[in-house]
Design a protein around this ligand. Sequence first.
Ligand SMILES: [Zn+2]
Length: 129
Amino acid sequence: MSNRVFMCRCQKCGVQLEFTGSYEKFNDFMESKAFVCRGGHSEQRSPRHFLKLVTMSEPSPVTEWKPTDGLNYVDILDPLTTRVRNMQMDHLGSGLYIDRHTLTKYDYEEDAKGQRHYFEIRERRVIES
Ligand SMILES: [Zn+2]
């Protein structure tokens, strides 16, 4: 899985935090139950309540790309594929896409030739009261 760099700012104390990992990992982190901030406070709520995403880099290319087990690859850049699957793709920025019909998001891995291999993001949704 290819990594992005996520720059966040804590809205409580103002420090900047950098997170490196896949978009899925970043989402998991944002949904964690508790949060210890580099700014010195710890919280019993998820980082999503405190961190604001400032910038997100594009994923770093993978030198020897091969499909990752368990990922569902979909060629969302191919108009025929999206038409056949009745997808309505919308660009979210930094190469991330969402299908407006199913609300499924897509991230990509880039190989050494610069070709993008898109796959479905499995988002973990934690409902907090
Ligand atoms: Zn903080």
